[in-house]
Design a protein. Structure first.
Length: 251
């Protein structure tokens, strides 16, 4: 189990400037810290839409980054490691980039992917190289390749967004927030979020403010729907489209 939390504040009027998202992220993390404190990631979107990412393996650095680096748009992830150890390269966001994709993606995900090996092989054939892959060595003759299973669903989500696949080839519960970026400028283009089945994801949308979290205030995000918005749009008008997930076999 992992925790997702994001806050987007877009007001640019003289009467009301966009508020920093940092305090909400800190407070919400405190409220849902039981979801994971071994691996952290922060995505900041600046006023110029430039993206900055910080990673940490322990809570102190995560909170220090939040206290001292202010931003009006932040996506954060805190992790309970399942498929890999608490290593800096295993922290979210998962960075997805490939020549068959028009855009790059940073993905934060909550869930466990049980068919990750199958997806790894599928994506390898498409030319994807997993950024979280590493070799775990027990002895000279006992070694195995490992990777963060979240990267498998992250690739699936990027492929779906760009119309390369028609469904997400995962049966497990999943919740996610995705930042799409321009490959050349590295600037934010669009934010996506959603969940399936009984995964936890809340949304609280007000004027010039949108908050997303695994727990807390807000309404449950509709399952099997992919929501998105333009972070440069002060109203953050939401678009939505169905996002089918593979159905679990019935025995």
């Amino acid at each position: 189990m992992c925790g997702l939390v994001a806050s987007f504040n877009t007001s640019n009027s003289k009467k009301k400037k966009a508020q920093d998202a940092n305090q909400f992220i800190i407070d919400q993390f405190e409220d849902q810290h039981n979801r994971g404190v071994k691996g952290f990631g922060i995505i900041r979107i600046g006023k110029d839409m430039k993206v900055e990412i910080d990673r940490a393996c322990e809570t102190t650095k995560f909170l220090m980054d939040l206290y001292f680096k202010k931003s009006s748009m932040i996506i954060a992830h805190h992790r309970t490691p399942t498929s890999t150890a608490n290593l800096i390269d295993q922290t979210h966001p998962m960075f997805i980039s490939n020549s068959i994709l028009k855009y790059d993606y940073n993905v934060v995900h909550n869930g466990i992917v049980t068919n990750d090996t199958e997806l790894y092989k599928k994506h390898e054939e498409l030319g994807f190289l997993y950024q979280t892959e590493y070799l775990e060595i027990f002895t000279e003759t006992n070694k195995r390749t490992k990777f963060n299973d979240s990267e498998a669903i992250a690739v699936e989500l990027a492929l779906f967004i760009e119309g390369k696949v028609t469904n997400i080839d995962v049966t497990n519960n999943a919740a996610f927030i995705i930042l799409q970026t321009n490959k050349k400028t590295k600037k934010a283009v669009r934010v996506f979020f959603g969940k399936n089945n009984t995964a936890d994801l809340k949304m609280d949308k007000r004027d010039n403010e949108l908050r997303i979290s695994s727990e807390g205030l807000g309404e449950d995000v509709d399952k099997n729907m992919l929501f998105s918005f333009d972070p440069q749009d002060p109203t953050m008008t939401l678009a939505s489209t169905p996002i089918p997930f593979k159905k679990a076999p019935v025995y």
